[in-house]
Ligand binder design. Structure first.
Ligand SMILES: [Zn+2]
Length: 410
């Protein structure tokens, strides 16, 4: 089994489909080039038949991106596939991604087709796509709610028809990790020609399990993970790229797998997406949230300042963030305060630090966090107070001397 996990990014397709995340062509090309720097394996650039804009964007991205595969999504209909192939014409590594639903509920209510018909559509689509493009991926939409026996059958047939990647989506975010792992293992064991294709998964986060399900899939034989930056996507979103990649990297020994993602580009990519869409990630978001590497509790701060590994399982630098953030607030202790004062290049003695600390705790009663400029003001006040006192002292000393000398003269 291939140890390398391929990262298929669908930020520009599934991610963009979510409310408030639409992007124009220029923005998408910019993001695609950043995804290339991040070194994802596949960029799903859009759904070319869905609109003229999507077609042009997939075309533009195909022209620009050199080092990743560029995928275009299409249903199993010939005009869809042709449109995707046209949009991908100039891509260095084009991939046609065709899909059809395989769960009884979707086949009956959405498609109004029988299993046999769906099977025929899938095979015809993959054959046609393979005649236009070497890399063809087939997705069984709503796979996690499909009859596994039907999945084995349809995957066997599409691989025979030329599919190089078979994708198993948990379209509605319904699967539980152990269940999903078993589904992947079942596919690996019951699809006789599975060695001719890569197993891919595409998980949604409706129950907050998209990343867990993806990781279970890896343990059971999946070699490609579909995911998005910041976990954006339909409804509750997709599996988040940064969480998957950092879980594999941080717990490498548990996985025996790796990705070729340049992790230092994770944060810049996340930032670019929030800049472009104007949508921030929540502060406690794993890996890229504002608080992901922030420490406020005094004990934690003391530990992190002595050795970051005490409370950090990965370094902020490894994901492209310059440093951890020691947040000064009411849970911070003297140690963190002292270190920050040192960082600000002030040299205070113990007594002065104690006075700053007293003022600092008073301020913390009124506000949650003390900003850097406020801390500087506190430090300056303590220093100035002292020099005032000194000056007063010197002044009154010379007064005394003066009056003494005066007395003396008298
Ligand atoms: Zn999706």
């Amino acid at each position: 089994m291939e140890d390398r996990i391929q990262i298929f990014d669908t930020t520009l397709r599934d991610g963009e489909q979510s409310p408030g995340y639409s992007m124009n062509q220029e923005e998408k090309v910019k993001l695609a080039l950043q995804l290339e720097r991040l070194q994802v394996d596949v960029i799903e650039a859009g759904f070319p038949i869905s609109s003229e804009g999507d077609f042009k964007t997939v075309k533009a991205i195909s022209n620009e991106v050199q080092n990743c595969s560029v995928a275009g999504l299409c249903r199993t209909r010939k005009p869809d596939i042709q449109r995707a192939a046209d949009a991908l014409e100039k891509a260095a590594h084009p991939r046609i991604h065709t899909f059809i639903a395989t769960s009884d509920i979707h086949m009956e209510h959405k498609l109004q087709k029988s299993r046999q018909q769906v099977l025929e559509y899938a095979v015809e689509a993959v054959e046609y796509a393979s005649s236009l493009c070497e890399e063809v991926e087939f997705s069984a939409e709503d796979a996690s709610r499909s009859d596994p026996e039907f999945l084995y059958e349809i995957f066997t047939e599409v691989i025979n028809a030329g599919a190089k990647v078979i994708n198993v989506p948990d379209t509605v975010g319904y699967a539980l990790p152990w269940e999903f792992g078993e589904l992947i293992r079942g596919i690996r064991e019951n699809v006789p020609n599975i060695d001719q294709a890569t197993i891919s998964v595409h998980c949604h986060d409706d129950l907050g399990l998209a990343v867990a399900n993806s990781l279970m899939a890896i343990r059971n034989g999946a070699q490609q993970i579909e995911c998005t930056i910041n976990g954006i996507g339909e409804r509750a979103g997709n599996a988040s790229l940064e969480e998957i990649v950092m879980a594999i990297q941080t717990r490498q020994q548990e996985f025996d797998h790796y990705t070729t993602i340049n992790t230092k580009e994770i944060y810049p990519t996340s930032q670019l997406l929030t800049d472009v869409t104007g949508k921030q990630v929540q502060p406690n978001k794993a890996v890229v949230g504002e608080n992901a590497f922030a420490h406020e509790a005094g004990i934690h701060q003391h530990g992190v300042l002595k050795n970051p590994m005490t409370y950090e399982i990965m370094t902020p630098q490894s994901v492209g963030i310059n440093s951890n953030k020691i947040v000064l607030g009411k849970h911070s202790g003297r140690y963190a305060l002292k270190e920050r004062i040192k960082e600000l290049k002030y040299k205070l003695n113990e007594d002065q630090i104690e006075r700053v600390y007293q003022k600092f705790t008073k301020l913390c009663d009124d506000q949650k966090v003390v900003r850097e400029d406020e801390l500087i003001e506190l430090v300056e006040r303590v220093i100035n107070q002292e020099s005032d006192q000194k000056m007063n002292r010197t002044a009154s000393e010379s007064e005394t001397t003066k009056s003494y000398s005066h007395q003396k003269v008298q």
